[in-house]
Design a binder for this molecule. Structure first.
Ligand code: DC
Length: 224
């Protein structure tokens, strides 16, 4: 035993706050590994739904979570040898993810898998409980926010690129519902931990936020 564990930068925040974009870019700049923990809940929700399991059944969904073979490879996500990259981004998988993420057994089942991403030279992990539960000893904890209106607008832009005609009003409602579900559930609710640094990204470009996070990490390193 002993030795130092590779450093972790934890980036948490609500739905569509830009966590994925920022975390991936920061990981790339530092040549760190990247964990998109939301993708794991999306995969579990997707597969549970496909297998016709009740998405509120903690035991059954936990067993599925423990037995999935998940691979992230060159920007794509594979489950048991199947490329599910596009499917897990859909609204159905997103809604299913939010349900299975409320199950304590599922969260426990995914713990070891998530911690396994902590490999040299370091990890940038994004989600809801990266700093609070999965990597409480992270070197730097960031809590990203943006107003619900800005987040709905960003999602709208993303969906327009895919030719999906979701209305702004529906997206805003969906974001508000998801925020409420994610922050009021009993198991690992979305919260800003006391030692996290909050960055409000409303009206800020992704590039600026990436620079801000890198600057905070450099500052942290100097104090070590
Ligand atoms: O970040 P995302 O939209 O891909 O997350 C999908 C769902 O999974 C969302 O409802 C929140 C949940 N989630 C979670 O509970 N814990 C995480 N670490 C990541 C995501």
């Amino acid at each position: 035993m002993g030795g130092t564990l590779p450093p972790v930068i934890a980036i948490d925040g609500p739905s569509a706050s830009g966590k994925g974009t920022i975390a991936e870019a920061v990981a790339q700049r530092l040549s760190f590994h990247y964990l998109d923990s939301g993708a794991l809940y999306r995969i579990v929700g997707l597969v549970g739904g496909e297998r016709g399991v009740n998405l509120d059944n903690d035991l059954e969904i936990s067993i599925i979570s423990l037995n999935l073979k998940i691979n992230f490879e060159s920007g794509r996500v594979w489950v048991d040898g199947r490329d599910v990259s596009a499917q897990i981004r859909g609204e159905v998988a997103g809604a299913a993810a939010s349900r299975v993420a409320a199950l304590p057994g599922v969260r426990r089942a995914l713990m070891a898998l998530q911690r396994g991403f902590r490999q040299p030279p370091g990890l940038v992990a994004d989600g809801r409980d990266m700093g609070s539960v999965v990597f409480p000893d992270a070197s730097l904890k960031i809590y990203l926010t943006a107003t619900p209106e800005e987040r709905a607008l960003r999602r709208h832009k993303q969906l327009m690129e895919k030719d999906s005609g979701a209305s702004m009003a529906a997206l805003l409602q969906d974001i508000r519902d998801r925020d409420l579900r994610d922050s009021t559930r009993a198991a690992a609710p979305l919260l800003k931990c006391a030692d996290a640094i909050e960055i409000d990204t409303t009206g800020t470009s992704a590039k600026e936020v990436v620079e801000q996070v890198l600057h905070l990490y450099q500052k942290h390193q100097k104090t070590q």
